[in-house]
Ligand binder design. Structure first.
Ligand code: FAD
Length: 455
């Protein structure tokens, strides 16, 4: 049996009197990284995960440049490199008129770009969670799999409302093995529907949790035998085609002869359509079976049974008039959210793993288990949100501008044609996926005009 299909032994459940500095809700990449970073900084962590490993996560499976320094720091990189994966050496972009550009990535870390990996999340998340279990348990903390958090406790404290812990259950029934835990800090890392993020936005601050203009639907299938996807290294492909606009159709090889194929589209746009375009699954079927551009590549290929599944992506695009913090309030006294729980997915590329890891690391900078034993204060929660937006805001805003460009089909086709002649344009596209850090510079309209239009 493959290593990542084996169960993970997360140790004994904590006793009724166990005390923790940090509770992490969710053990995806954001939660596993947060649990690891806090344990490495000396906190006693409780990591709670709804599923039991091995578990799948619907994704495009591309692990971009920004994630690599974190997977190295957490000790996961050697594990990835020793298991089968696809080495991404370039990215192919195409537009609706069939124009294509292939942007090469440096083999070794170079300037701002670094080639990444593509490998099934079943495998990547296993390694992240296993490593987190080791960091947490060796620092006196506990990990519980199969535990669903259903309630988030809010108490009125001297600092105003404060999150003080969570309640949930183990097993299949909501009334089985119900337990509560409390800690000075709770980290929301349970993905797009995180109960901690919902409590902060909707229950406490009465702000919007789910905005259809900034939420995207995604649908993924695994295939074997797709033409043009042979070998263990090469390009991942992003196709901006009419049928999925604004959004894209992707073809990402994840190992020899296994390819992740999918479509993603903003929810509010998808609702405007009827027929094939109203359903991502139907759209994908049309592209792989009937479209003149792609169907020949799938003619002799086979979809891996049971892998066609949809999921949601909460985008980090800047809101035009946010009630408080950008892109959405993601912290308060007693709690900070990371990754999808903080709505940090890149609105142009759909990449979210990198920002989940960046935000997870940042939470550890703001929390000190000794100083904050009485509760994580609200002013540091605000500082966290401000610093997170300082770090990611420019890049997410650039991506939002590019998402706007994709909506204009002719302009996009012209853009891709220009990119094949002007390497800087290809780099702008690629930096969104393969850059090691967030883009510090906010591209002005003049900069984009100059770069794209002038020779
Ligand atoms: C179709 C699609 C394609 C994508 N492609 C890419 C890509 O190629 N590259 C990329 O970087 N990103 C991609 N993303 C985005 C990426 O999947 C997310 O941004 C990333 O998974 C965020 O990590 P996370 O840890 O914040 O949340 P998640 O990965 O969603 O992890 C959340 C964890 O919390 C657990 N959980 C949920 N509820 C509870 C609860 N109540 N109690 C306890 N535990 C709970 C879940 O079981 C899960 O393990 C894609 C997303 C989709 C939907």
């Amino acid at each position: 049996m493959e290593e990542w299909m084996k169960p993970i032994d997360s140790g004994p459940k904590p006793g009724p009197d166990a005390e923790f500095d940090v509770i992490v809700v969710g053990g995806g990449p954001g939660g596993s990284a947060a649990a690891s970073y806090h344990a490495m900084a000396g906190s006693k962590v409780l990591l709670l995960e709804k599923e039991i490993w091995p578990r799948d996560k619907i994704c495009g499976d591309a692990v971009g440049g920004k994630s690599l320094s974190h997977v190295a720091e957490l000790g996961v990189k050697p594990m990835i490199e020793s298991t089968p994966h696809f080495r991404v050496d370039s990215i192919v972009f195409s537009s609706s008129d069939g124009s294509e550009v292939r942007v090469m990535l440096p083999e070794e870390s170079f300037n701002r770009l670094e080639a990444g990996y593509a490998l099934p999340r079943l495998q990547f998340d296993y390694m992240m969670f296993k490593q987190a279990t080791e960091h947490v348990t060796s620092n006196g903390g506990s990990v519980i799999q199969g535990f669903s958090v259903t309630e988030v406790h809010v108490e009125e404290c001297h600092d105003g409302p404060q999150i003080t812990g969570v309640k949930g259950y183990s097993g299949r029934r909501r009334d089985s093995d119900v337990r509560s835990f409390s800690a000075p800090l709770t980290i929301g890392a349970a993905g797009y529907n995180c109960p901690v993020a919902k409590t902060i936005t909707e229950s406490v601050f009465k702000e919007t949790f789910r905005d259809p203009d900034h939420f995207c639907g995604g649908y993924r299938e695994y295939w074997s035998g797709v033409k043009g996807c042979e070998g263990s290294s090469g390009p991942i492909e992003i196709h901006f085609i009419d049928e999925v606009n604004p959004g894209y159709f992707w073809i990402f090889p994840v190992s020899e002869d296994v390819v992740n194929v999918g479509v993603g589209m903003v929810v509010s746009e998808q609702r405007k359509h009827e027929g094939v375009r109203s359903s991502l699954k139907k759209m994908q079927k049309w592209i792989t079976n009937e479209s003149s551009r792609f169907s020949h590549r799938f003619k002799d290929a086979k979809m891996v049974e049971g892998t066609g599944k949809g999921w949601q992506l909460p985008f980090g695009s800047p809101r035009s008039s946010p009630p408080s913090f950008q892109p959405r309030r993601g912290a308060m006294a007693g709690a900070m959210c990371v990754g999808d729980s903080a709505s940090l997915v890149d609105p142009f590329t759909g990449e979210g793993i990198g920002n989940a890891l960046v935000s997870a690391k940042l939470t550890a900078k703001f929390f000190d288990p000794k100083e904050h034993s009485g509760g994580f204060p609200s002013h540091l929660a605000e500082d966290y949100m401000v610093e997170l937006w300082d770090e990611l805001g420019n890049e997410l805003s650039n991506s939002f501008k590019l998402q706007g460009l994709v909506k204009r089909k002719r302009l996009m086709s012209w853009f891709v044609r220009r990119a094949s002649k002007k390497p800087r344009i290809g780099e702008i596209l690629t930096e969104m996926i393969a850059s090691k850090e967030a883009q510090g510079q906010l591209y002005s309209k003049w900069f984009l005009f100059k770069t794209i239009v002038l020779p």
